[in-house]
Design a protein around this ligand. Structure first.
Ligand code: TRP
Length: 463
């Protein structure tokens, strides 16, 4: 397969390089490289940044965790983003089919497992997605606007403990996701990414401005930004690694699926750097938004999965036009969560289409039903099934731990070895642009040496 990264004409590469007039390619392509970067970043930026990152930082003790997380993203993260894009770009298929085409039958199993993992992640992701739906509704009715954090804490736990409310909101969120996937790649995913993500960033900046000027907020900023490596444990390292994978949407076939829709002349390396930058930026902004408020309002930093939902309303209550800001914020958070959920839904759907030649409609319906089924136990584990525990974790926590901290790094590791080893001569051709050629050896070292060492090292300490 020959690649022509069109580097002789930078003006053309930079922006609207709509290589494949949409419609001629049966699977569709992105309208432009910018469309791809924004869509991939739209997948990356979601509940991981705004919901998961702040509460995990809270549990793991602040600055040192941030430092380890950034270290993971900048090294493994970028290398693996690029590796997954390469697999998608070289084959134009989703991960299972792609690995089989490039590496033979045995590798297809890695793809199947990764796809299953995307599905498992989706099943608990939609639970939290449902929380954003419900909180959007509460923001609209104004029920949220209070800075009485004791009340916010008890409201939150009674909501997530109520089986009807949480299952209904989860179903709404999942139905929205399925509807976007059913509409197809370009129309559904790309359009949403182009407008909503920038809007979310702007709104986060506004909210940060208010959060930072709350009395006592600076203690939170200092706590977030000053690394103190003494409390770092194996568990912290494992959480940081898992979160790096989660926040970049790695290790589950998602970037492969998006990469398969890339036009032939897209520049991959810089796309990978962009996606990683935007995702990390979103995490840092979310941290700067939530953690100062945690300190200002005297919430316990290790309050867990509810942290964002407890502190955000308190900030809004203290903002001019707080009601409107609250509605806008939860609306944008919902969209960010939807673009991410879509990216978990899409590879599973693409798997059924590519592997079994299903039509899109039945594939979407099946994934919808199966995800709902698997999501129910996770949703109930905050209420009725609170006491069902395995290895000292609730069902939700266990799903999260196994998929994010174990399966995603494992998937990433396999792709790294595959791209850096088995298909290296082909893989390096995607870097043909002269400006990124120096990067090939660095990339290979990251894939073949640093990734395995880091992942095994972290597993060894964390388990
Ligand atoms: N990165 C997304 C977030 O932070 C979650 C996500 C979307 C994801 N697609 C993924 C995680 C694929 C792992 C794999 O919200």
């Amino acid at each position: 397969m020959s690649l022509r990264p069109n580097s002789s004409n930078p003006a053309r590469v930079a922006g609207a390089d709509s290589a494949d007039p949409a419609g001629t390619a049966p699977r569709g392509t992105w309208g432009s490289r910018l469309g791809f970067v924004l869509a991939a970043a739209g997948s990356a930026v979601g509940l991981g940044a705004v919901w998961k990152f702040p509460y995990v930082v809270g549990q793991q003790g602040g600055g040192a965790f941030l430092a380890v997380y950034l270290g993971c993203v900048l090294t493994l993260g970028v290398a693996l983003l690029l590796a997954e894009m390469t697999v998608g770009r070289l084959t134009g298929k989703s991960i299972t089919t792609a690995l089989r085409m490039l590496g033979g039958r045995r590798w297809a199993w890695i793809g199947r497992i990764a796809t299953f993992n995307a599905f498992a992640i989706l099943s608990f992701y939609v639970v939290v997605g449902g929380w954003t739906v419900a909180y959007l509704w509460r923001a609209v009715t104004g029920a949220l606007l209070t800075d009485d954090t004791t009340r916010l804490v008890s409201d939150f736990s009674s909501f997530i403990g109520d089986p009807v409310a949480s299952l209904v909101s989860m179903a709404v969120f999942l139905a929205l996701t399925a509807a976007i996937v059913a509409a197809g790649v370009q129309k559904g995913i790309e359009r949403a990414g182009k407008w909503l993500m920038p809007a979310l960033f702007v709104l986060m900046l506004l909210v940060i401005a208010r959060a930072l000027t709350l009395p006592g907020a600076m203690a939170g900023v200092a706590w977030f930004l000053t690394p103190d490596f003494s409390p770092i444990s194996g568990d912290t390292l494992l959480e940081a690694l898992g979160l790096a994978f989660f926040s970049l949407s790695l290790g589950a076939g998602m970037i492969v699926a998006y990469g398969s829709y890339l036009p032939k002349d897209a520049r991959l390396a810089s796309s990978a750097v962009w996606v990683a930058t935007l995702a990390t930026l979103a995490c840092c902004l979310a941290g700067l938004m939530i953690l100062p408020a945690v300190f200002a309002f005297g919430v316990a930093p290790d309050a867990g999965p509810g942290l964002t939902f407890i502190t955000m309303p308190a900030i809004f209550a203290q903002m001019p036009l707080g009601h409107a800001v609250a509605v806008a914020f939860f609306l944008l958070l919902l969209f960010a969560a939807l673009t991410s959920a879509v990216s978990l839904f899409e590879p599973v759907t693409a798997f059924l289409i590519d592997e079994y030649q299903w039509r899109r409609g039945p594939a979407v319906t099946t994934v919808f039903a199966a995800t709902f089924g698997l999501g129910v136990p996770s949703a109930l584990s905050f209420g009725l099934w609170r006491d069902v525990r395995l290895f000292d974790r609730t069902i939700f926590d266990l799903m999260d731990y196994v998929t994010v901290n174990l399966m995603m790094p494992a998937g990433g590791l396999c792709v790294a070895l595959f791209v850096g080893g088995c298909i290296w001569p082909k893989a390096r051709t995607v870097l043909d642009a002269p400006r990124s050629r120096w990067f090939a050896p660095v990339w290979r070292v990251l894939l073949l040496a640093l990734t395995p060492i880091a992942i095994f090292g972290v597993w060894y300490h964390g388990l």
